[in-house]
Design a protein around this ligand. Sequence first.
Ligand SMILES: Nc1ncnc2c1ncn2[C@@H]1O[C@H](COP(=O)(O)OP(=O)(O)OP(=O)(O)O)[C@@H](O)[C@H]1O
Length: 937
Amino acid sequence: MAKYTPMIEQYLKIKEQAQDAFLFFRLGDFYEMFFDDAILASKELEITLTGREGGGDERIPMCGVPYHSAEGYIQRLIEKGYKVAICEQMEDASAVKGMVRREIVRVVTPGTIMDSKVVGDRSNNYMVCVTGTGGLYSLAACDLSTGELYVTSVPASEEWLRDEINLYEPSEMIGDADLLDVISGQMPPGGRAVVYTPWERREDELVKSQFGEAAWARLEEERRICVSLLISYLSETQKRSLGQLTEISSYEPGQYMVLDPFTRRNLELVETVRERSKKGSLLWLLDRTETSMGARLLRRRIDKPLLSKSRIEERLEAVEYLYHQYILREDLRGALKEIYDLERLVGRIAFGSANGRDMNALKLSLGQVPGIKEMCGTAGSATLRRLAAEMDACEDLRELIEEAIVDDPPVSVRDGGIIKPGFHERLDELREASTNGKRWIAELEARERAETGIKSLKIGYNKVFGYFIEVTKSNLSSLPEGRYERKQTLANAERFVTPELKEKESLILEAQEKMVDLEYALFTELRDKLNTQVSRLQKLAEKIAEIDVYQSLAAVSAEHRFVKPELSEGYDLIVEGGRHPVVEAVMKDTSFVANGTELRKDGSSILLITGPNMAGKSTYMRQVALLSILAQIGCFVPAERAVIPMVDRIFTRIGAADDLIGGQSTFMVEMADIQVMTDKATPRSLIIIDELGRGTSTSEGMAIAQAVIEYVHDHIGCKALVSTHFHELAHLQESLSGLRNFSMAVQESGDKVHFLRKLIPGAADSSYGIYCARLAGLPHSIIERAYGLLQGLEQVSLLAVGAGQGAAAAAGGLPGDGSPRPHETGGAAPLKELRRSEPEAQADEAVAIASGTAEAAAERGPAPGEVIQLSIFDEADTAAAEHADARRQTAAAAEAAAFDPQVKGIIDAVKGADVMNMTPLQAMQLLNELKQKARDL
Ligand SMILES: Nc1ncnc2c1ncn2[C@@H]1O[C@H](COP(=O)(O)OP(=O)(O)OP(=O)(O)O)[C@@H](O)[C@H]1O
């Protein structure tokens, strides 16, 4: 085996401790990397790969970065999902013979990086630990930069675990290897990269000393294991005190509404589906926070809507007060704006990386607290007053900083210039000595000029030679002999020193060195003192964040005319004039059409929504979910009135955000979602399914859709909104007492379709898919052909429907259909009736409403979303009468067909069938005969 030089041997030994990280090995002013690390780092960082002799058979690959600019390189590696172990020289190289002792002082990982440039000011950076014990999965999440630590346990179900982890969007995960394996395969694609490290070592003692015996005693065994593992990893990688971790927040997931990752994405809670940007999300709309910790808290609240009515009421109370107090809100915003990121400042203080500027930021922030405390303390809101009362303004800490730190300190804490004059006597003396010395030098310069008569003579300073007298070559002859000692020769000048100058120099330099050391000592003393007060500062930060969130929600609610929701412990969800908050906000005009919602235990727990593409079904369904979420995070809601029950979970199955994980088909993803839904939903849940059953053959899709709807209706009993293109499912309203048909109103005019975005009772009959395809710009020839094909298909299906409907029922397959039955009407009329769908009837009705025919309007009873604005139908009178050509032809063909004796024969056969007394076999036989007759037509 190759025999390496001692230094490379040392490197290899240390590298063993950091096999999953780049080892930044300090060599003088550089961090060097060797071997494979060097090869990979040179690629990732685009730096030159060199090599060096190291005693082995071959040159050792090497690359390096200067230590003073290492931070940027480290950040880049972390962002790419690597870890970096920093190995420093632990001794002064000049004072040691032989090898300098080196040690890893910290391993920087994606979940432990403290730099806000990497972690983002307004978002958290969590690392999550997962463990499985006693039939439970536990999860501990920690943001080292803010000092937050949460722990919880969930049933040993992978979905639970995945959902909970997803809320934290961790950048790094540790814990049970098996669980990490499972989870890494389940994280939603396209999210941030996660670094996984199996970790087994736990250090209970460390947890006890960090958080206290009492905190330890309060934790359940499975959570202890999880926290202990996490703390052991942090201590192993950070190798320093973790003073910012002062509290373990243990919570039960059952306290919050459950939102799985897909639902969160579908509802665009914190980012949009397509661009994955915050802009366009609910968070984006609601975020008017002024502080970073407020922004982070708002995000956490959106992630975890509450289930406790009283806790939500408490939040709403503060929002309501601020909603009406514009001036107070503005004053609060003004004060909050001046507050820096207290949590991160405190994190840096505890971590020992805070500098003078951080201290000043803390001081300025604390300066705003008394004002905020006063404003909230006298507010007409009990929640705000409670927050004010609990607020410790930390005035003493502000004073400490105020006394010690100058107003504009430098970035470095090692070069002096941080501590205020008058703060420390000895420091003042040293400063005096140094300034006196500098003054003496200035006087010496003047004296030397006068004595020699050389006007250009000057006294300068550099690090190598110290102070010197510089004289240009042309003036050298004017210098008196013997007094000056030559030190350095430049191109056109000579530099000299005198014994007197040397003596003063050592006094000045000594004073300066002592001064810098003393300043550093005083600074760290202050930092250490503040470090003991970290938990006070963290608690203060929490209160400020909360106030910030309330003013933000109040400001948005006021601006967008939201109303206070009426929370209910009951079942029914009732909304009048509801709007989609984000879609409405991004619309340039005020054209968003409000729609009501009534989901009641008796009679309308499921809304089956049909309607063409582009009609606004998805928007409407999302709107209902968002209203629930808004209310349950304690925000006002976009509606005229809203009664919101405590929803324990929202499931969405919405087409647009299909995630084809692991190569699964759209259909399989849909079915997997539905499976989870049927398994997990409770009567208090809200289910939203967009275009149920698509992605497979029509008949199978429809069958599955019906079966799912029936299951939700009969076995779960929760509130549900289901949209479908299968208009045939409308008949379910007859067999399911809790289901109501609704559709999105459209108005045809000539060959144009006008989407009214209005939810109306009753089912739709057409998808206008080809029309939408035309809007999307498909070639004219395709559109024409599609209309042609459609016409043909419709004629065939008309006949088949006439023949098939009764037969299907006869076969005992599908339950009764909501449409009028052939045998109920008979003659020429039935097929015409079949074509006349509810929306068409409604369009006629709309015309009737518009033209003031009150009787026609009165025929239909009131229903949710009923308040149709008459103005929408202004153009309806002529338009509704004119159906598109293609459709008129279809209807004419249908009528013609109705007179065909053969068709009549089919109808008669269906009418004559004694369905109730048929065996399935007889039904199939009949169906077969009908099919045969239909084919012979
Ligand atoms: N209530 C409303 N008022 C005004 N505009 C709306 C309303 N609802 C939806 N829209 C607009 O209509 C467009 C289509 O809405 P949406 O995607 O909800 O339709 P859809 O019926 O689900 O269509 P598809 O079946 O093709 O998915 C959206 O761009 C949206 O901005």
